[in-house]
Ligand binder design. Structure first.
Ligand code: BGP
Length: 491
């Protein structure tokens, strides 16, 4: 017998900038993703700009803009997020397909710049507000509960350029206004909310490649995070005041860390990695205060934070109702020299000889999901939800149009079984939304060929294709899993 409770929230997840398209329609303003080119696993995605002298250029996300330059959409370039998979126009068709699979929930995000095109306006863009109302009404028609991420990597470009993005305390107020609009406008239609997607990336990302960074970069990252924590905590309080039945969660990029050897130094380094990469954010958002090890983390890089007494009150009063996280992989931590290296998503380091790696270098580790659920549940004792989990892989369309993806089914089978075991071990896990229930633009590489969906979308990395939707084998398999409430994982 499977352990999934009655009413378990089965579903899938997407993010506005990766599926919607319609990037400049109905008053939407640009976000950073709209000036971001496609890349590959080897070649980073670049941002395009026009220099002071009018010449066109592109730079890495970590590089500052040249003096006098501004981000710009260049005619000669293709931007995969501009089209996404056209969900902005096809959401009814897509929701009908989700309903056919039996989804109980659909995780999606609201594009900030669709509601506030520049980000600092006093009033929202009505067309944007109405668009999401229609989406939520459509979901309601099929009794699919929306799970809404308020911020998923898409601060309006104007706020990035004119205010310095999250390095500026004023962003808290702009975000709070945006979040308040969401809670007010969609009261009764949405009950599950997430404040910031993978909030811990800001810190994890710095150590991604194991390269040294100047202290100033840590200073910036920790300060940005603090403002995001305060914004999140304020949003939680407002969301509860507007509708006490709202369940509001944090969203953490959940990477399970293991020590690579039994050298006590590795074990300790691993524990410190959990503190920095996972507990630092989880503690503030779930427990309402910075963990005891935070001073050490700040001291290591001479970080001095702008934290007011009022901020601390907000953090204490704005704790989340549930802990949600993405889970794709585990990672090894070691103090020893590493010969066989891997790097995938935001984890990099020693290769684990017991695991297989995806075509994009991500460690496939279902047991790591059980480990994560059990470790984190013991710490916070809050309901948990796995809000992203999936395999980015190549798909082949057969001559008859069918798509056989046994590797994806196997991946999900193992991860769902791991989640089942964690629930059997006492974890209060209330939902599971697979990443990219429909093919979408990869956040990391901007590729379309890195496919995650149960639903195939006929579109390639250059935007060529009909955009037609079709069902992969995994579509029918997941439908069966949901219908049996996780009991039937067989082919
Ligand atoms: C997470 C993001 C998602 C999603 C996913 C898969 O980090 O929250 O937005 O994209 O990773 O990553 P990718 O798209 O790079 O394959």
């Amino acid at each position: 017998m499977a352990n999934f409770p009655k009413g378990f929230l089965w579903g899938g997840a997407t993010a506005a900038n990766q599926v919607e398209g319609g990037w400049n329609e109905d008053g939407r303003g640009p976000a950073l993703t709209d000036v971001t080119l496609g890349g590959t696993v080897k070649e980073n995605r670049k941002l395009t700009y026009i220099a002071a002298d009018g010449t066109h250029g592109s730079l890495e996300r970590s590089e500052p803009l040249p003096k006098g330059a501004h981000y710009a959409v260049l005619d000669e370039c293709y931007y995969p997020n501009h089209l996404g998979v056209d969900e902005y126009h096809r959401f009814k068709e897509d929701i009908a397909l989700f309903a056919e699979m039996g989804f109980k929930t659909y995780r999606m995000s609201i594009s900030w710049s669709r509601l506030y095109p520049k980000g600092d306006e006093k009033e929202p863009n009505k067309a944007g507000v109405e668009h999401y109302r229609q989406v939520f009404q459509e979901l309601k028609k099929y009794h699919i509960e929306p799970l809404v991420t308020i911020w998923h990597f898409d601060t309006p470009l104007y706020l990035e350029e004119h205010y310095g993005g999250w390095t500026n305390r004023q962003l808290i107020d702009f975000y709070v206004r945006f979040a308040t609009t969401c809670f007010t406008e969609y009261k009764g239609l949405v009950h599950y909310w997430l404040t910031f997607n993978e909030i811990n990336n800001t810190i994890m990302f710095l150590d991604f490649k194991g390269e040294a960074h100047p202290d100033s970069e840590y200073q910036t990252a920790y300060q940005m995070l603090h403002y995001e924590f305060v914004a999140s905590a304020k949003a939680v309080q407002i969301g509860h005041a507007i509708d006490p039945s709202n369940m509001i969660g944090c969203m953490i990029c959940g990477i399970t860390n293991y020590p690579a050897t039994c050298d006590p130094k590795d074990v300790l380094a691993c524990q410190h990695t959990w503190e920095k990469n996972l507990y630092y954010c989880g503690d503030v958002q779930a427990l309402g205060e910075y963990g005891s090890y935070s001073e050490r983390l700040w001291k290591e890089h001479n970080v001095q934070l702008d934290i007011t007494d009022e901020d601390l009150v907000d953090l204490a009063n704005g704790t989340v109702d549930m802990y949600t996280f993405s889970y794709y992989m585990s990672s090894l931590v070691t103090t020893h020299e590493v010969k066989d290296k891997v790097s995938g998503n935001f984890s990099a380091g020693a290769k684990n000889p017991y695991l297989e790696y995806s075509d994009w270098g991500w460690a496939v580790d279902a047991d790591g999901l059980q480990y994560f659920l059990e470790m984190v549940y013991q710490r916070y004792n809050l309901p948990m939800m796995v809000v992203e989990n999936g395999l980015g892989a190549y798909d082949k369309v057969e001559e008859d149009g069918s798509i056989h993806d046994p590797f994806r089914i196997e991946y999900y089978r193992r991860h769902i079984a791991a989640m089942d075991r964690a629930i059997g071990n006492g974890v209060d896990c209330i939902g599971y939304t697979t990443w990219g229930c429909i093919d979408l633009v990869s956040a990391g590489t901007g590729e379309l060929r890195k496919r995650y969906g149960f639903i195939y979308v006929d579109i390639d990395d250059e935007g060529k294709g009909t955009l037609d939707r079709s069902r992969k084998d995994s579509f029918y398999w997941y439908k069966k899993v949901i219908a049996s409430n996780g009991e039937d994982l067989a082919d």
